[in-house]
Design a protein. Sequence first.
Length: 346
Amino acid sequence: MKKLLSLVLCLFIVLVLAGCKSSEEKPQETDSDKKQFKVGICNYVDDASLNQICDNITARLKELGETNGVEFKIDYDNANADMNVMNQIITNFIADDVDLMVGVATPVAMNMQAMTQDNEIPVVFAAVSDPLAAGLADSLEKPGKNITGTSDYLDTEAIMNLILALNPEIKKVGLLYDVSQDSSKTAIEQAKSILGSKGIEIVERTGTNVDEIRLAAQALISDKVEAIFTPSDNTVMTAELSIYEELAKAGIPHYAGADSFALNGAFLGYGVDYANLGQVTAEMVYDVLVNEKAPADTAVKTFDNGIATINTHTTDLLGLNLNDVEELFKPYCTKVQKLETAEYFE
């Protein structure tokens, strides 16, 4: 009996030790074991919409990496609308041998495309209003080059409908934009065509920096325009905080092509959900790097959110009733949302 107990005890000890050894030898995954990709992100300028896009790209890539055992090393930089700085950032990305570049806004995407033709580093752009007009894609379905991405193409007619919904008898509309911004060209031409067909007088004022946009806005007040339209123009976006009160106090509602304009004081921003656009951009980066999808054959993603964002403070300054405005706008958009003036999205 004692021999049997001793045998059982020995067998138990052997099994325990074997289990411990098995546990000790089980490999533990470390960061160095994960597949790693270097991603260079260049933002065109510091503004609410573009910052929101960049934040969501970074957050979504981190989430995708953690879920799928991949690590994305992000190198982020901001060109501050300076072409020389932008070129240097892209040059640094190339020197650092990044696996992919992300260009946020049209000017960055165009420069990245030009500077990666020889090295063939893939590029995913974000918030390019018109990829075809910018020469970034042969078609939206098949870009045909080493570049693809997301477009915040603006439904200009929808904004014209909102202008007319609020003021059906409007006679004069101002167009405020940066003539050097490729993202503005198509939308401005569309606005002129639509307004002209309705016999509405058009006044164009432009600028290429914040100070010039301020002067252009003041000129539109002197022109006695009854509303102002701006597409998804980054220069005007940067200037919005400095012009919105003067426009509102003059009784001129400012309609623009992104919710960030409304965040920074414009009466209304219309367009896509930029947080969602950033997340989708990150998913395209993941597909190119991890799933090895060729940018040339990856369709450009477009959005049809139709969101109208109203600034409640500016609505009050204009002497408008918020509930009345919401009811007038509902037939022309998929969603009406409200916010107050701030510099950045929370």
